[in-house]
Design a protein around this ligand. Structure first.
Ligand SMILES: CC(C)(COP(=O)(O)OP(=O)(O)OC[C@H]1O[C@@H](n2cnc3c(N)ncnc32)[C@H](O)[C@@H]1OP(=O)(O)O)[C@@H](O)C(=O)NCCC(=O)NCCS
Length: 215
């Protein structure tokens, strides 16, 4: 156990045995923070894009929130996003591409998880220049039973501390603009929207400078 959140919830490192649980949490939080089960015909694919590679490629900053009923969330950090994205491109997507068919560029024909299948073949891995002061990034997703108990706030403080101690000067998070709850949550933690960086209707970026505290 790394952190005790009380009420039966605690933080521990994520392990390869958690991959199915990471995919489950990703699916259950994948529609602007809400359950995406209704939308996806491949229940694993979102997790294979947005969750599992963090455990595989950046395990020092990959954690799960364990609850009484099992994994109730995850917390991921990446120290150097540019380097991570290069590794994802070289070491992660090629094997996924071998078993996932590209549905093509015509969005009007996409169904179910086709948007994610397209993402596997055309991942968006370039970083907007405005994010340069924020080399790290993170993800936190909690199942409903873990929300509203201060766990998200504790997780972000913990992650910021770990990244700052490792030398990071800033962290960003990519948020669905429809996820107003998460935007208010990050705002309450001191994150601010990075001006001019927005990917169509899909993402806004919130960020915060990090400073290393006294050892
Ligand atoms: C967003 C999420 C991580 C927040 O974690 P949480 O544990 O529910 O939030 P906390 O209980 O730690 O709240 C922390 C602070 O944010 C504030 N906050 C949380 N939700 C808020 C909201 N909707 N509006 C205003 N403030 C809010 C809380 O009041 C609290 O402030 P306080 O400490 O001054 O009381 C969590 O709800 C979640 O995983 N949601 C679903 C998935 C998701 O949206 N993830 C983010 C994707 S970018």
């Amino acid at each position: 156990m790394i952190l005790d959140f009380e009420g039966g919830f605690f933080l521990r490192h994520a392990a390869p045995a958690d991959h199915a649980a990471l995919c489950h949490v990703c699916l259950r939080t994948g529609a602007a923070g809400q359950d995406a089960t209704w939308r996806e015909d491949d229940p694993e694919l979102m997790g294979l894009i947005y969750a599992v590679p963090y455990q595989v490629l950046e395990p020092d900053f990959a954690f799960v929130i364990e609850g009484r009923k099992g994994v109730a969330g995850y917390l991921f950090g990446v120290l150097d996003t540019g380097a991570f994205n290069l590794r994802v491109a070289a070491d992660w997507y090629p094997s996924l591409r071998r078993r996932i068919t590209d549905p093509g560029a015509d969005r009007s024909r996409w169904q179910g998880s086709d948007w994610a299948r397209r993402m596997v073949h055309h991942p968006r891995l370039e970083l907007p220049a405005a994010l340069a002061p924020f080399p790290s990034h993170g993800h936190v997703d909690l199942l409903p039973e873990a929300r509203g108990r201060g766990i998200g706030k504790s997780c972000m403080a913990f992650l910021e501390g770990r990244l700052a101690a490792a030398g990071s000067g800033g962290i960003f998070l990519e948020v669905d603009p429809a996820n107003s709850h998460a935007l208010r949550f990050y705002d309450s933690l001191g994150y601010r929207t990075v001006p001019g960086v927005r990917i169509a209707d899909a993402s806004v970026f919130v960020a915060k400078r990090l400073t290393r505290g006294p050892d």
